[in-house]
Design a protein around this ligand. Sequence first.
Ligand code: ATP
Length: 235
Amino acid sequence: MLEASGITVRYGALEAVRNVSFRVDAGEIVALIGSNGAGKSTTLKAVMGMLPMVQGSLRWLGQPIERKGAFQRVGMGLSLSPEGRRLFPRMTVLDNLLMGAHCVRHRAARRRSLEQVFALFPRVAERRHQLAGSLSGGEQQMVAIGRAMMSEPKVLLLDEPSLGLAPKIVAEIAEAVQRINREEKRSVILVEQNARLALRLAHRAYVMEQGQITRSGSGAQLLADPAVQSAYLGV
Ligand code: ATP
């Protein structure tokens, strides 16, 4: 579905992502794990067209998309829930969600997406008229994921959805990710520092270190890999 080959992204002289290749197939949850600064967020931003690639290719359903802008990529079926949620705190939850549907032309389609988000996160439905900034961290994370869902993505990119949340909320978010994948048949790229969680949820995963992919395999394989265990799982 989505295939990145040899992508390189620079911030000035700093090569944050170097010659990275990965793919996401239909129906998959693919995790990208690695420590702080490994280049995971940069990779997601390059996939979304928010950062230029200096090398490499990006294919969507077999077609090159390097020259497409972020808006077009959302229209094609890619959508990002960014690290730190990036909600508009002085707007209502509902208006935040609708911001995610700016490329959806038909009102009926927007309403359908909204109903899907509310079914996934009943707490978001209850609070839809509240200002987003007044919600708890976990609820804000649900709104951020919901906003990304509003464009009905075929591949949902989630950047650190569990960051800073209590274990009970992390479990709720994890369940929602599985439902998005299984019930709504969307693929997911899951970027997480919580490697154990990510590898449990993922069909396949990649390990990123210093801008490069150093390991890949099924979630189960990487959970059992001694190098992954000692570096990321505290075993
Ligand atoms: P984290 O979980 O901390 O976000 P990450 O794996 O997502 O880690 P990136 O945020 O992609 O890592 O950062 C990769 C490298 O690029 C780091 O060295 C980081 O300091 C650098 N970097 C990230 N954003 C910028 C920026 N806007 N300008 C300059 N350097 C940046």
